[in-house]
Design a protein around this ligand. Structure first.
Ligand SMILES: Cc1cc2nc3c(=O)[nH]c(=O)nc-3n(C[C@H](O)[C@H](O)[C@H](O)COP(=O)(O)OP(=O)(O)OC[C@H]3O[C@@H](n4cnc5c(N)ncnc54)[C@H](O)[C@@H]3O)c2cc1C
Length: 491
């Protein structure tokens, strides 16, 4: 097979590792493509071998999956970051967009777009992820209540299917493949190129935090904010369990609005809920924006003494998690196991969920941030492969735990995994109508339950676009050839 890029057969350990750092499946070979034809000819070659071959193929973006989703046991891993075509190309006009390689990191797209005064509309909290990786899931952050997730903000894709065909698709062209691939967990094709919607970029951000001790008051305020047209530009929140000196730790990057009262605030061991919002602006509009923010804040019911504000550049705001990454790396706490779970919870059940999970199951420690914020389903494209709860508003609740290696007790991986199971069992027993995001299941039965009425379309798309089940074996949804069984996890 003639390639513009190259293959590596040794020293491929990185391809058996991901951010979750729990599952490790060793591939036989890693392809470092230089062109789309490297990807299509590799897949075509494997497709033509038919079921006599057990080879599968996983696209690996930045490898920030949690449970081996970008891995392929004894198969081929495609290192998407080495695909550098097309070069980023910008189009400005009524509809501004950028064409990028799917192996591009969002942080690079941000920097390049800003040179033209533009930026994508919808983000993830962390930008060192690839376009193909987040579009295969959804890409959800504090802008999603207004713009929908990242899969809403794409005009066109180029995809290599499981037969090796290179197909361009959009809302008008090869529509079924377009919607299938968005949120499609890599099952129907490898995204090689994406056309991403852009908007004029702001230069600065007013970034605000305020605390609540009552969950109902907190969630009412969040829901009110996401329902208003003239709201903030970013709306998230998080749960604080058993943290002392919390407000002191914020002072390095935020200023208290009422310093004296803030210094006297004590959490008294309560569970607290932090509203986190941001308003974008350009320096010339500062006065107007301040008035606007004062009006929005005056309608909220947070604990007055806990209002903290900060002013940062747009880049620093969007790239905020990278600052934590650098600090954690210095302490050796980045490359640890991350037994994360992400849940989408219908609005009507969020109160009972909060009471049981925050008040009882988590009780005294969360082992990392717990994010919680509502989004509007009306701003979600409803024909993509992603499944969401059946209500107009649902919450994203993300338990972003880190485990400490070689310990026992509450920081140990086994402890956190057991607690995660308790949370999931509670959701199931109480029939909350929860959907997992970035889900990891090991059987097709579980996936069928996950997709519910969407399963039929999902499996029909699989047999159309990847009939031999060559792609994304690490998701454990479909299996190639009868004789082949993917081995169990090797921790
Ligand atoms: C610190 C951190 C913060 C995060 N924050 C958020 C957040 O705020 N919001 C959010 O939505 N997610 C968030 N995520 C999750 C993230 O979106 C997913 O883990 C995503 O898959 C990571 O992208 P990646 O490029 O590393 O993909 P990978 O992990 O490499 O791949 C993910 C899946 O997509 C497939 N895939 C990869 N590239 C392609 C492609 N080009 N075509 C088809 N399939 C492909 C892989 O085979 C795999 O199944 C976060 C993750 C981390 C580690």
């Amino acid at each position: 097979m003639a390639l513009n890029g190259h293959l590596t057969f040794e020293k491929n350990e990185h391809a058996a590792k991901d951010f979750g750092n729990i599952y490790h499946f060793m591939p036989s070979v890693v392809l470092h493509p230089k062109s789309v034809s490297d990807i299509s000819s590799t897949i075509k070659y494997i497709f033509e071998m038919g079921t006599s071959s057990e080879l599968t193929v996983a696209a690996r973006g930045h490898g920030h999956s949690l449970a081996g989703q970008a891995q392929a046991y004894q198969g081929v891993v495609i290192n998407m970051e080495s695909l550098r075509e097309p070069e980023m190309s910008f189009h400005t006009g009524e509809l501004s967009y950028v064409d990028v390689s799917a192996g591009e990191l969002w942080i690079n797209i941000l920097h390049e777009s800003l040179k033209r005064g533009l930026a994508p509309k919808s983000w993830t909290d962390y930008l060192h992820l690839t376009v193909g990786g987040t579009l295969s899931n959804a890409g959800i952050s504090g802008q999603a209540f207004r713009h929908g997730p990242q899969i809403n903000n794409v005009y066109q894709l180029q995809v290599v299917t499981g037969k090796g065909d290179v197909v361009t698709c959009s809302e008008e062209l090869n529509t079924d493949l377009f919607y299938g691939v968005l949120g499609g967990l890599g099952q129907f094709g490898i995204i090689t190129r994406a056309r991403i919607a852009l908007e004029p970029a702001p230069r600065m951000v007013k970034w605000i935090r305020a605390l609540y001790s009552d969950f109902s008051i907190f969630s009412n305020d969040q829901e009110r904010l996401i329902s208003s047209e003239k709201s903030f530009d970013y709306i998230e929140g998080f749960v604080i369990i058993n943290r002392t000196r919390l407000l002191t730790s914020w002072r390095s990057s935020f200023n208290p609005k009422y310093p004296l009262q803030a210094s006297q605030f004590s959490s008294e061991g309560r569970i607290l809920y932090c509203l986190e919002v941001a308003k974008y602006f350009n320096p010339d509009d500062s006065d107007l924006i301040n008035q606007n923010i004062d009006t929005l804040l005056s309608e909220l019911n947070y604990i007055q003494s806990t209002l903290f504000l900060s002013e940062v550049s747009y880049v620093d705001f969007l790239d905020r998690v990278h600052v934590s990454e650098i600090k954690l790396r210095e302490k050796g706490l980045w490359e640890v196991p991350h037994p994360w779970i992400n849940l989408l919870i219908p609005r009507s059940r969020i109160h009972e969920f909060a009471q049981e999970v925050f008040g009882n199951i988590l009780a005294d420690t969360s082992n990392g941030p717990v994010l919680i914020y509502p989004v509007n389903k009306s701003s979600w494209r409803n024909r993509t492969s992603m499944v969401t709860p059946d209500e107009d508003v649902f919450y994203l609740v993300a338990f972003l735990s880190s485990a400490i290696p070689s310990t026992t007790g509450k920081d140990a991986l086994e402890y956190i995994l057991t607690r995660n199971k308790r949370i999931l069992r509670y959701c199931e027993r109480s029939r909350l109508g929860v959907k997992q995001y970035l889900a990891h299941y090991s059987t097709q039965e579980e996936w069928k339950a996950h997709f519910g009425t969407h399963w039929e379309v999902f499996s029909r798309r699989k047999s159309t676009y990847d009939p031999l089940a060559i792609l994304a074996p690490g998701q454990s949804i479909f299996q190639k050839a009868k004789a082949f069984r993917q081995q169990g996890p090797q921790r």
